[in-house]
Design a protein around this ligand. Structure first.
Ligand SMILES: Nc1nc2c(ncn2[C@@H]2O[C@H](COP(=O)(O)OP(=O)(O)O)[C@@H](O)[C@H]2O)c(=O)[nH]1
Ligand SMILES: [Mg+2]
Length: 382
């Protein structure tokens, strides 16, 4: 069963809001009864550097709607108005036929319908509106494996390689149980901060992601994939990047902990570690403790995989009931890029002309639009 977490979105607090002295000295993730099969990448929380300074206020963005705003384009087949127009009424009879207009006489003198009417179905079969989910986390935590778990078949390429550009995303359309999920498998940060070149790469990828989300109706849910075992400074940075910088804390976030197949009861891992996770400001509306690997030769593992699938599907169903957060591409870009720059050391941060160049050359924006976005980003973080 997915667990509804007690901390609500509105109660989110940022780690940066905690005075250094009140932060726990280390992150005591308890995993003693079940060490993870493989250690996750990243440094341990005991090596946690001071968190990045709070993000400065971004350039004012037009209010994002988190109500049940309809997607930008109507889903195919969902609108009754998409049915062909009914046949026009027959024009008034201008001849002197003794029969009503709907009936005529054929050559054999039989009465036949003058305009055979082909019955239209009352409604076309409804296609559910897509529910957009951004799944994120460091490379190697199990995101692709979670996609395959949700889909119920091999859909995404699973790889042990640690490689990927921050904000690079692959889109998967997955129909399950009368719902239609569009999942953006998105690479998070691999380090708590980034260099300027990594930032430029991330801008290019973020542009593609935001364009796609904007055109497809916004985001319903953030799904943060973590390897059960330890929470790192990178985990905190990723939480801020997606929850705060991309979604302005307006989209529900759920946590999925993978690698828990050695737990007798996977949910026990949460009971042992919940307090520590929350101390570090990682708040969520729900969580799932799972395994995302299959081992057909181990019946226990087969059961746990099946249980994990049910847990995640139930979580998706419960956490995507509210409408999506929608923003126009430009405002969204200004908000994200301005905030994301705080991951780059201050003296290396790009200037307005650098933004203009990257937005034109790497994102293909028109010069005027690129200049405008660059101007707004600059203005937002002075
Ligand atoms: N033991 C264990 N390994 C996992 C789990 N989920 C994924 N893996 C392995 O972790 C590696 C990376 O998985 P992948 O799904 O490609 O991670 P991604 O980079 O986040 O997409 C692969 O070797 C997977 O088989 C899990 O729940 N338990
Ligand atoms: Mg992957």
């Amino acid at each position: 069963m997915p667990q509804k977490d007690s901390v609500q979105q509105s109660q989110y607090f940022s780690t940066s809001a905690l005075p250094t002295s009140s932060r726990p000295p280390a992150f005591p993730i308890s995993n003693t009864s079940a060490p993870p099969a493989s250690a996750p990448p990243g440094s341990a929380m005991s090596a946690l550097p001071a968190p990045p300074a709070p993000a400065p206020a971004p350039a004012p963005a037009p209010p994002a709607s988190n109500t049940s705003a309809p997607p930008a384009s109507a889903p195919p087949g969902s609108a009754i108005s998409a049915l062909p127009a009914p046949p026009a009424p027959a024009p008034p009879a201008s001849n002197t036929s003794p029969f009503p207009p709907s009936v005529t006489q054929n050559q054999q003198g039989q009465l036949v319908p003058s305009n055979p009417v082909v019955a239209e179905p009352a409604t076309k079969p409804q296609t559910p509106s897509p529910i957009n989910i951004v799944l994120f986390g460091e490379t190697g935590v199990g995101k692709s494996s979670v996609i395959n778990l949700i889909a119920g078949s091999p859909t995404a390429k699973v790889s042990a390689d640690v490689d990927g550009c921050t904000m690079a995303s692959t889109r998967y359309d997955i129909p399950v149980n009368n719902a239609s999920y569009t999942i953006y498998d998105t690479v998070g940060l691999e380090e708590p901060q980034m260099g300027v070149n990594g930032y430029y790469d991330a801008i290019e990828k973020a542009y593609g992601l935001i364009q796609s989300l904007s055109n497809n109706g916004g985001i319903h849910l953030l799904l943060f994939c973590l390897r059960g075992g330890r929470i790192t400074a990178t985990v905190q940075s990723n939480y801020r990047l997606f929850h705060e910088f991309l979604c302005d804390k307006r989209v529900p976030i759920a946590l999925v902990f993978t690698g828990l197949e050695r737990e007798q009861r996977m949910e026990d891992w949460w009971s042992r570690n919940e307090g520590s996770i929350k101390k570090y400001g990682i708040c969520s509306v729900a969580h799932a403790c799972i395994t995302a690997v299959q081992d057909p030769d181990d019946p226990g593992q087969v059961n746990k995989y099946e249980e994990s699938r049910n847990t995640v599907l139930e979580l998706l169903s419960k956490c995507t009931k509210d409408g999506p957060m929608v923003m126009d591409t430009q405002s969204w870009l200004v908000m994200l890029l301005g905030r994301m720059a705080t991951f780059v050391p201050k003296r290396r941060r790009p200037k307005r002309k650098d933004y203009t160049r990257v937005l034109m050359k790497r994102c293909g924006m028109e010069p005027d639009a690129a200049k405008k976005v660059a101007h707004l980003i600059e203005g937002g973080r002075t």
